[in-house]
Design a protein around this ligand. Structure first.
Ligand SMILES: [Zn+2]
Length: 171
């Protein structure tokens, strides 16, 4: 949100609770904390502040962040829309990975819902960092548009082996 959008929001909240608007120094510190909250969530956040607080919230930036997270939960499609194009770590919400394993000529493939953007609804996520820690490397599908990832479980079954469920384990 811009500075103007931020101060408008604070002005409204202060008016609602009949409270003095904080001085510019305080406002700047607050804005620093909440400026990455997107504008489109602000009306919803304001409404929730009014619904859930009988008095002016003690720590308004913290309240705004927790309401923003609630907004994301209430509007999962916004989460996908916002982050799909931006997530630098995955392919549309999926980590597409491979790992060199002893006894296999080809590296094994694996995918997991991306724990950075969490745009795929899932109970368990894996971040690229966790994947690399576990010895995987990323396959950037955009570089190989014709190549789909092989399914690690099918591959494992084809050699009579059961692979651990990493997505579950790292959650
Ligand atoms: Zn991602």
């Amino acid at each position: 949100m811009t500075w103007i959008e931020f101060t408008e929001t604070i002005r409204t909240v202060c008016t609602y609770y009949e409270r003095k608007i904080p001085n510019d120094n305080a406002l700047e510190l607050w804005h620093e904390r909440v400026k990455t909250i997107p504008r489109e969530s602000l009306d919803w956040i304001k409404r929730k502040i009014f619904e859930e607080n009988d008095t002016f919230p003690k720590n308004l930036p913290t309240v705004m962040w927790s309401l923003y997270n609630a907004w994301l939960t209430a509007h999962p499609e916004k989460r996908a829309f916002r982050e799909e194009a931006q997530c630098p770590e995955c392919e549309g919400g999926w980590l597409v990975l491979q790992k060199q394993v002893d006894g296999y000529r080809q590296p094994i493939s694996f995918s997991a819902p991306c724990g950075k953007c969490r745009q795929i609804p899932s109970a368990h996520y894996m971040t690229l960092f966790q994947a690399i820690e576990q010895g995987y490397e990323r396959i950037e599908l955009k570089k190989y548009p014709e190549a789909g990832p092989r399914d690690i479980k099918k591959l494992a079954e084809s050699v009579g082996m059961k692979m651990p469920d990493y997505a579950r384990r790292v959650a």
